[in-house]
Design a protein around this ligand. Sequence first.
Ligand code: ADP
Length: 270
Amino acid sequence: DASAVMRVRVAALGVAHVLVLAEDHTQARRVEEVRRDFVANVSHELKTPVGGIALLAEAVLDAKDDPEAVARFAARIQVESTRLGRLVQEIVDLSRLQVADTLHEPELVDVGSVLTEAGDRVEVAAGARGIEVHIVPAPDVRVFGDAELLVTAVANLLANAVNYSDAGTRVGVGVRRVGDRVEIAVTDQGQGIPLAEQERIFERFYRVDAARSRATGGTGLGLAIVKHICANHGGEVTVWSEEGRGSTFTITLPVAAPDAVDGPGADPHA
Ligand code: ADP
């Protein structure tokens, strides 16, 4: 009868409500877990260089009668503190990117200029490691976003390509327009990434080989930052890699509509 049907419906609604609440709760707990993990990871990652610097300072004091040893330890303090500075900066950058899922003041950005600027940033590191970086001329394509963040994203991929490759190999950057999207691909002939690790490398502080990452000054945050920058631009980053052969990281972004204006009230034909 009708009232029985009604009672069943009300009961079902109640169950659904409880399920939704339970799901909210699970979601909230997961967010909290992620936050706690992040704090734990950050303090662990900061303690390592801070501890190292403290030990080196002690070594300097002990070796004060041996100028050569003092110079050696001081140089290492310099390296460690530079890395620490970068780590702190990247933690701040990543926290900002995670909080804001929208861009501050988006503008029209020329993809070619992003690649040139990113290439400039890794030029010295690539030269020092004997790696040639080849950037193919980009088609005339623009995206809507934050130029500085986009340069950071491409530069992070380039820095990895250089860091995880051997001398004498090549790193290439190519751009391809596919419908209303643009793909920026960074390819190296480096050591590659095992299939099982390919998804995890985008996690904060995840490294396939922590020793190598540290030796190259890595923070383990580079790809997490790339991932968030892409997401904030309505795009994504993917990886293709084969161990021993190399890797290709591809950033895909929506192309700016041809009539998009550069900021409020701007006239592209002016
Ligand atoms: P890191 O500072 O350690 O380079 P990332 O977040 O940039 O941190 O990268 C995470 C890990 O992914 C690296 O430690 C490395 O193991 C692996 N990786 C990233 N890019 C490459 C690449 N081009 N070739 C091989 N391994 C890579």
